[in-house]
Design a protein around this ligand. Sequence first.
Ligand SMILES: [Zn+2]
Length: 116
Amino acid sequence: MHETAVAQSIVETILVEAKKIDKKPIRAKISCGQFNALNDEVMEFAFDVASQDTACKGMKLEIHHVPLRANCKKCQNEFEFDIYSGSCPTCGNSEIEFVPDAPLLLEEIEFEDEDS
Ligand SMILES: [Zn+2]
């Protein structure tokens, strides 16, 4: 359950950015890998709680799950790792090496545009 900590740090980051340009944030997009995956529902709830009484209240949060990638040690093919098959989709070899997992990232913040 690291969602609470993640939500808090995201809210803090957004607030800093919002203050810089003096606009209200309305939407944010975050991405995470598979090893540090976030649970969407828990995350949305944690975000609601963390954004309570801040300029982030009512913001929409999008969570993009980046698939885990792996390299086949035999044919060097890089592929999207499927936990259900567990082997290289090209040659079927199961000796694979994981590509470093995607970090947890705040990718985008959308602010209210007062001109439109
Ligand atoms: Zn292969």
